[in-house]
Design a protein around this ligand. Structure first.
Ligand code: A3P
Length: 295
């Protein structure tokens, strides 16, 4: 089994339908593409490191509460990662097919154009989470340092350049976030959320999420959800903090790292910040999609 997993350590970046990916996410493509969504499935779509786990935990608690499932199953089993393939673990599609509960909460980092078509055909709800590019980049850098299932990030300066050039697993941040934002115009069942808004007022954002989902949790349930999804509580919770996931070294950097807006200021040099802002303007031309890099 270790041998099987070894083949996925520090995988190479490859071009896949115009998007940079690795074999971790392309090896099971046949099954991903043919995945059969159900009308009540909820797809949690994000660019990597935008707050996927946070929103997954919120949704899981909203639908299933503090049950045995919360206490015994890690978040990556409660919310299968559609395109992941890390043998000997079950593939994401198998995990989703084997989920005993409904609705199924399914996570993906795919750009919208690679999402299996049955999600659109079944008119599934999609919860998209976006995070400002600077913090997203920093979080991704530390993640690639600690996760051996990702390509090695190189040093910070190298990673910084690669991010701007879109040489990242799941392709350019810019295209991903713009693409899903545009998709919302023709497919209204997308709830587009911002990590910064969630940090600013988690309760308000949960309320908005609930109205999208048609849920009305009691005050008590809401309190339980707010508690169970607080950064410090998730960090301590082995069923939410990824400590059971293969190929991660928490000594290098924990999965639940800082959970803040503005940590980019501790990484970007003044020159890098200027270079980044110049380049950003050329790629993010839609005035209706705006981000906050501080709150
Ligand atoms: P940092 O590396 O900046 O700390 P994803 O789940 O998409 O991989 O995103 C991981 C990022 O979300 C990490 O960011 C992690 O700390 C942050 N995160 C996870 N749970 C959180 C929570 N409850 N509150 C705030 N941030 C959270």
């Amino acid at each position: 089994d270790q041998d099987k997993l070894d083949a996925f350590v520090r995988p190479e970046l490859v071009d896949f339908n115009g998007i940079s990916m690795t074999r971790v996410f392309t090896s099971n493509w046949e099954n991903v593409q043919n995945f059969q969504a159900r009308p009540d499935d909820i797809l949690i779509a994000t660019y990597a490191k935008a707050g996927t786990t946070w929103v997954s935990q919120i949704l899981d608690l909203l639908y299933f509460g503090q049950t045995e499932r919360q206490k015994t199953l890690p978040i990556h089993e409660r919310v299968p990662f559609l395109e992941v393939y890390l043998p000997p673990n079950m593939s994401g599609t198998e995990q989703a097919d084997n989920l005993p509960t409904s609705p199924r909460l399914i996570k993906t980092h795919l750009p919208y154009q690679l999402v299996p078509k049955s999600f659109w055909e079944q008119n599934c709800r999609v919860v998209y989470v976006a995070r400002n590019a600077k913090d997203n980049m920093v979080s991704y850098y530390h993640f690639n340092r600690m996760s051996y299932g990702q390509p090695a990030p190189g040093d910070w300066n190298t990673f910084f350049q690669n991010f701007m050039e879109g040489k990242m697993v799941f392709g350019p941040w810019y295209d991903h976030l713009n693409g899903w934002w545009k998709k919302k115009q023709t497919y209204p069942k997308i709830h587009y959320m911002f990590y910064e808004d969630m940090i600013e007022d988690t309760e308000r954002e949960i309320d908005k999420l609930c109205s999208f989902l048609g849920l009305s949790p009691s005050a008590e349930e809401k309190k339980m959800i707010l508690g169970g999804t607080q950064f410090d509580n998730m960090r301590k919770n082995d069923m939410a903090n990824y400590s059971t996931f293969p190929l991660m070294d928490f000594k290098i950097s924990p999965f639940m790292r800082k959970g803040k807006v503005g940590d980019w200021k501790n990484h970007f040099t003044v020159a890098q910040n200027e270079e980044f802002d110049e380049d950003y303007k050329t790629k993010m031309t839609d005035p209706t999609l705006e981000f906050r890099t501080t709150i």
